[in-house]
Design a protein around this ligand. Structure first.
Ligand SMILES: [Zn+2]
Length: 84
């Protein structure tokens, strides 16, 4: 797999933020708000932990954003700001 750093800063900022990509509040250190997290597959949700940073977290974060756009929870613009 080719390593990619594209959007990594945005993803780190998104993780540290207290606002979810959808605009709702979330605790810093969590990837998404409760409602968005609930819509993700449990396996994907399980990969979205801070200790996975650099170990697949970025890919999981992007997959989650793509899924949230598909579900229309997040607009493509919002997803782009969060590192998609
Ligand atoms: Zn959300």
């Amino acid at each position: 797999m080719v390593p990619t750093t594209h959007g990594t800063e945005k993803i780190a900022a998104s993780l540290a933020s207290n606002t979810c990509a959808c605009g709702a509040g979330k605790p810093p250190g969590r990837s998404f708000c409760r409602m968005c997290s609930y819509d993700l597959h449990p396996r994907l949700r399980g990969q979205l932990t801070k200790r996975n940073m650099g170990e697949g977290y970025e890919e999981a974060h992007r997959a989650a954003l793509a899924k949230l756009v598909e579900l229309k929870r997040v607009t493509p613009d919002e997803a782009a700001r969060s590192g998609l």
